[in-house]
Design a protein around this ligand. Structure first.
Ligand SMILES: CC(C)(COP(=O)(O)OP(=O)(O)OC[C@H]1O[C@@H](n2cnc3c(N)ncnc32)[C@H](O)[C@@H]1OP(=O)(O)O)[C@@H](O)C(=O)NCCC(=O)NCCSC(=O)C[C@H](O)C(=O)O
Ligand SMILES: [Mg+2]
Length: 280
C-alpha cells in the first residue's frame, strides 16, 4: 500500500494541446504524459516543447505527473531525458525496459527523479525482479499491447503469467504496479470486468487512454462502502477480542486475525487518501 492512490493513470499524448488542457479537470490519480507511442515520429520534437510548456503552465493539482519518454535507443530518447530533467513532474517512465542496464542508462542522465518502467517485452518480464529492485525504480506499468505483439498472444489469459511475474516483483520491492490499458474505450462493461480482474490480482490501478474510462476505474480500484464498513467492523471486533485476551474475532461468520487487521487498516487508509485527494 502506497501513501497515495494510483487507481487511474491516464495517458495523454504530449502533442495534443486540447487533451493536455482537458486533463487539468479530470479526476484521475495520475497522468502519464506521453512522448512515445501516442506521438507520431514527425511530431516528437514539437511534442517535447508542447509538453514542457503545459507542465510549466501547471494546473494539474494533486495528480501524480509521470512523463513517458522515447527509448534511449531511439533518436529522441536522450533529448527527451534531458528535457524531462527540467520539467515539473514526479517520475519519468522508460518504455520497453529489458534489464537493469536500461534503468542505469536513464539514471545516469537524470540524477534525481524516480524512474518507472514499462513492462512490455519478454526479456523485461523475465528480468522483472531485478528491475523492480533497482534503487531508482519506483513503479511498473504493464504494456499489454506491446507484450501481446512480442508474444504473438491473443487475449489477456495468455498474458496472466507475465502480469503475475511483474506483480510479484513489484510487491517484493514495494513499488507501484499499474495494469495495462483496455483498448476498446467505449466498452464500459468490458473495462469494468478487466478492472475487477486487475484489482483482484493486486494491481494498484489501471492505465487508461480516454477520459470516459476514469469513473469506472476509480470505482473499481477504490474501496467500496461495503469494504469500508467491513474494515471498521473487523477492527472494532478485533479490539474487543484483544481486550478479552483473545487473538481471534469472528465477523460475518469469518475469522479475523491480526493479519486481516493490517488489510482492514490499509483499506481505511486508502479511503482516507482518496478523500483527501478528491477534496484538495
Ligand atoms: C483514443 C483517442 C485517439 C480518441 O480521441 P478522440 O476521438 O479525440 O476522442 P473524443 O472525441 O471522444 O475526446 C473527447 C474529449 O476528450 C479529450 N481526450 C481524448 N483523449 C484524451 C486523453 N487521453 N487525455 C485527455 N483528454 C483526452 C479530447 O481532447 C476531447 O476533448 P474536448 O474536445 O475538449 O471535449 C484519444 O483518446 C487518445 O489519443 N488517447 C490516448 C492514446 C494514447 O495515449 N496511446 C498511447 C498509450 S497506450 C500504450 O502505449 C500502452 C503501452 O505502451 C502498451 O504497449 O500497451
Ligand atoms: Mg507499449
Amino acid at each position: 500500500m502506497h501513501d497515495r492512490p494510483f487507481r487511474s493513470a491516464l495517458y495523454i499524448p504530449g502533442s495534443k494541446d486540447r487533451a493536455l488542457d482537458k486533463a487539468r479537470g479530470l479526476p484521475v490519480d495520475a497522468i502519464l504524459f506521453d512522448l512515445e507511442d501516442a506521438v507520431s515520429p514527425d511530431a516528437k520534437v514539437e511534442a517535447r516543447a508542447t509538453l514542457a510548456s503545459a507542465l510549466e503552465q501547471g494546473g494539474y493539482g494533486p495528480r501524480f505527473k509521470v512523463v513517458r519518454i522515447n527509448g534511449l535507443d531511439t533518436e529522441w530518447g536522450s533529448d527527451d531525458a534531458a528535457a524531462v530533467a527540467a520539467m515539473d513532474c514526479d517520475a519519468v517512465l522508460l518504455p520497453k525496459v529489458n534489464s537493469t542496464a536500461d534503468v542505469d542508462a536513464l539514471a545516469a542522465l537524470i540524477p534525481d527523479l524516480p524512474i518507472w518502467a514499462m513492462m512490455e517485452t519478454p526479456r523485461g518480464i523475465l528480468n522483472a525482479a531485478s528491475i523492480a529492485a533497482h534503487p531508482r525504480m519506483a513503479g511498473f506499468v504493464l504494456g499489454t499491447n506491446d507484450l501481446a505483439k512480442d508474444l504473438n498472444a491473443r487475449g489477456r489469459a495468455a498474458m496472466v503469467t507475465s502480469l503475475q511475474l511483474c506483480l510479484l516483483a513489484a510487491k517484493a520491492a514495494g513499488i507501484v504496479a499499474l495494469d495495462g490499458v483496455y483498448n476498446a474505450f467505449k466498452d464500459e462493461d468490458g473495462l469494468r470486468a478487466e478492472c475487477t480482474e486487475g484489482r483482484d490480482m493486486g494491481f494498484d490501478g489501471k492505465t487508461l487512454i480516454h477520459p470516459a474510462q476514469v469513473a469506472v476505474t476509480n470505482a473499481a480500484f477504490g474501496p467500496s462502502d461495503d469494504e469500508i464498513d467491513l474494515a471498521r467492523r473487523q477492527i472494532e471486533a478485533f479490539d474487543v477480542a484483544e481486550a478479552e485476551g483473545q487473538g481471534v474475532a469472528v465477523v460475518d461468520g469469518r475469522i479475523v486475525e491480526n493479519l486481516h487487521i493490517v488489510t482492514a487498516r490499509a483499506t481505511l487508509a486508502k479511503a482516507d487518501a482518496i478523500a483527501a485527494l478528491e477534496t484538495s
